[in-house]
Design a binder for this molecule. Structure first.
Ligand code: CP
Ligand code: NVA
Length: 305
């Protein structure tokens, strides 16, 4: 049976049931990987990865994951493809998607990946845009579940910039039923239109946001593509550092997460990042496992064993 064409451009492209399927499969695939059990259902399948921004984790996890499942990978960047010479994204999409089975893109505007997907014959995965980072939130939620059980009904504290990570957390909160406490500098607050009806509460003080949280999480003050704002942001975000006092305000068993790369001494102290509540290395590793489940789902559907 051919699998219907689906894209993963935003976390809420998938239903709650689909996310739960992915988390269940992630557990199975991770266990197989740890046992060195060969599982290669994607032999003869090819993934093209297009990077218009830098990456360590996303590249390695998709590339290793595809090879582990028996497939092949092609890695393209803006500089070494015709993308830098202004070939229309719609043309690139039509060509690449006739040659490969799956495409992952990391780019700037969400509109660009949507245009690509509209012209693609094969599933397209968002490997980060200015607006969203859905693969990372899959890994983060899975990591929470792995350490603490279901995330439904829990509280996640977001300390820092209203960026692609926060907006994707908000989609997860709506889909999976948890609350997000948000603390940002006032001039970097989330756009209410984009927040919509997500279950969110706002706090001026990061400590107040952390109070009662099961998970405290943050990200860089300046995301890729916004480097020109670096100096202004450094000043504005100085109070939004996850340090020991912020972690003390959270529940005693609260976890700390960061999608990485981290800037120690800016958005998080070295003490917290390296401390006992931090699960950042599990979080990074889980990119591999959740994305294997994602690629399996997009190419083979539910019917896997
Ligand atoms: N967290 C994350 O996406 O890392 P990379 O930028 O290294 O891919
Ligand atoms: N918000 C960060 C995440 C990096 C993985 C960025 O977009 O640069």
């Amino acid at each position: 049976m051919p699998v219907p064409l689906r894209h993963f451009l935003r976390l809420d492209d998938f239903s709650r049931a689909e996310l739960e399927h992915l988390f269940a499969r992630t557990r199975v695939l991770k266990e197989r990987f740890k046992r060195y059990e060969l599982y290669q259902p994607l032999r003869d399948r090819t993934l093209a990865m297009v990077f218009e921004k830098a990456s360590t984790r996303t590249r390695v996890s998709f590339e290793a994951g595809m090879y582990q499942m028996g497939g092949s990978v092609i890695h393209l960047t803006t500089g070494d493809s015709q993308l830098s010479r202004a070939e229309p994204i719609e043309d690139t999409a039509r060509v690449i998607s006739r040659m490969v089975d799956l495409v992952m893109i990391r780019t700037y505007e969400q509109a660009k990946i949507e245009r690509f997907a509209a012209y693609s014959r094969v599933p397209v995965i968002n490997g980060l845009t200015n607006e969203f980072h859905p693969c990372q939130i899959l890994a983060d939620v899975y990591t929470f579940i792995e350490h603490r059980g279901p995330i439904t009904g829990k509280t996640v504290a977001w300390i820092g910039d209203a960026n692609n990570m926060l907006y994707t957390w908000l989609q997860a909160a709506r889909l999976l039923g948890f609350t997000v406490h948000v603390s940002t500098p006032p001039q970097y607050a989330p756009d209410p239109q984009r927040v919509g009806d997500a279950p969110v509460r706002y706090f001026d003080d990061p400590h107040a946001a952390a109070a009662g949280a099961d998970l405290v999480t943050t990200d860089v003050w300046t995301s890729m593509g916004f480097e020109a704002e670096n100096e202004a942001r450094r000043k504005a975000f100085a109070r939004w550092c996850v340090d020991a006092s912020v972690m003390e305000a959270a529940k005693p068993d609260a976890l700390f997460m960061h999608c990485l790369p981290a800037h120690r001494g800016e958005e998080v102290t070295a003490e917290v990042l390296e401390g006992p509540q931090s699960v950042v290395w599990d979080e990074a590793e889980n990119r591999l496992h959740v994305q294997k489940a994602l690629m399996e789902y997009l190419l083979l559907g539910h019917d896997v064993s």
